[in-house]
Design a protein around this ligand. Structure first.
Ligand code: GUN
Ligand code: FE
Length: 437
């Protein structure tokens, strides 16, 4: 017999970058195949008195989970992070290239040890889940087994790739080109649309391997991700290196390098994309490439970021380029997407740009699902989507007459000065109707 469930609570549901619902109601879940639940109906009970509510619930007649004192919201999508960088989040970040060389590369090197990688994967993905993130795009280390462990432990919808480093990298993290290509081909064929070909960035991956990997990705419906125009030193080094390569002598900008290597496209995510010219934005729009903005990573040093600059979302939107938010762990110091939304909102507010928390939430949830092409089953609450939801502790004494902007502001401001505490907002996490945290 099929089991149905009624989940009562205050529903916070992002619909677009301007619209978010908030009302007292319920998610009605129906059990599907393999005991996994989907949302079959969403009730709005906000106009009912206590007696009418009781009668209505009796009529529906199924198992009731009462989270009336809590907020129910969809899980987060974190669209750019490095699961192998959990231990460099608090290291000095005076310069990107120095932070990579001094702390990050040695930290990733530890993943060559299988038992270390296995243990880390279990711990990291447990922490990710507890913070309410159930989707996104992930960078692993160069090591094949680390990618396998990540796929095994990640709960939710993630695309994941082994970072590819075939040149200009420390000897202990450099791959031989034939082996790197064999690994890309093997994983693209094995994981298909869950695989993400991941040239670390143009500085570390040779152009022929970028071309090879992009072809493999396109052939297997895989995704592609990399870093683009994060930092002025990085941009300068990349251009001067590539202008020495045959066929790249006349490249005008960083984006064009990826374009020439076949990296750009409708299933490509470019992280950062801060310092871009008009012609670069045109090329990104033309190729339908998506961008990932990582505000906590790009934030000033005093906020534990790399001080890379502020992503110009208005300009990106003018070119109709899709974009979503990412934590960029470990350049970003905290895993919680509440912290990423906080940083996006307050950095833009300080810069005099009109932003809202509703916009932040959309880019931390539904926008990610759209970019990954799974918005029909994930990203927010609607009929026939997977029954994935977060039970969030109520920041107010009374939720009546509050709007989504107020609720989100209250949640985000609560831990503004104790950023590591954001995961405390999450009481439970439900995945396909079952409590997983
Ligand atoms: N560019 C190349 N690799 C990295 C990385 O690991 N983190 C960040 N923030 N930028 C990069
Ligand atoms: Fe990154």
């Amino acid at each position: 017999m099929k089991l149905n469930k009624l989940i009562l609570g205050h529903i916070l549901n992002p619909l677009s970058d301007k619209k978010c619902e908030f009302f007292y109601g319920a998610l009605y879940l129906e059990e599907g195949s393999e005991k996994e639940f989907k949302i079959k109906k969403i009730y709005n009970f906000s106009s009912l008195g206590i007696q009418d509510l009781k009668e209505e619930i009796n009529k529906i007649n199924c198992e009731v989970c009462d989270f009336s004192e809590y907020i129910l919201m969809p899980p987060f999508f974190d669209m750019h992070f490095h699961w192998v960088q959990d231990h460099v989040r608090a290291k000095p970040k005076d310069s990107l290239l120095e932070w990579l060389t001094k702390y990050t590369f040695p930290a990733e090197n530890k993943f060559k040890n299988r038992s270390y990688a296995k243990k880390e994967a279990r711990q990291f993905f447990r922490k990710l889940l507890a913070g309410g993130t159930l989707g996104g795009a992930i960078y692993s280390s160069i090591h094949a087994h680390a990618l396998e462990y990540a796929f095994k432990e990640a709960r939710g919808h993630f695309v994941i790739g082994d970072v590819v480093m075939t040149m200009n990298s420390p000897a202990f993290l450099s791959q031989k080109i034939p082996q790197a290509r064999a690994q890309i081909k093997k994983f693209a064929e094995k994981f298909k649309e869950r695989y993400c070909f991941t040239p670390r960035f143009a500085l570390a991956t040779d152009p022929e391997t970028m071309k090879f990997g992009s072809k493999q990705a396109k052939k297997n419906q895989s995704f592609i991700q990399s870093h683009l125009s994060e930092n002025h030193d990085e941009i300068r080094s990349t251009l001067s290196l590539y202008r020495e390569f045959r066929g790249f002598g006349h490249v005008e900008n960083y984006t064009e390098i990826y374009g020439k290597c076949g990296v750009l496209g409708a299933k490509t995510l470019m992280g950062h994309a801060i310092h871009l010219s008009e012609s670069e934005l045109k090329l990104l729009a033309k190729t339908k490439t998506a961008l990932v903005h990582c505000p906590t990573s790009n934030a000033p040093h005093r906020e534990q970021g790399l001080e890379s600059g502020l992503f110009n979302f208005k300009r990106v939107e003018k070119f109709k380029i899709p974009w979503a938010l990412g934590s960029d762990i470990g350049a970003g110091p905290h895993l919680s997407m509440f912290d990423v939304m906080r940083s996006f909102y307050y950095q833009n507010l300080r810069a005099g740009k009109a932003v809202s928390f509703v916009k932040a939430l959309y880019h931390a949830s539904l926008a990610g699902a759209e970019i990954l092409g799974v918005e029909k089953k994930l990203g927010n609450f609607s009929k026939n989507k997977e029954a994935n939801f977060l039970v969030i502790k109520n920041p107010y004494r009374n939720l009546k007459n509050k709007n989504p902007e107020q609720i989100l502001k209250k949640l985000i401001d609560k831990y503004k000065t104790q950023r590591a505490q954001y995961p405390l907002h999450v009481k439970n996490v439900f995945y396909r109707g079952k409590k997983v945290f």
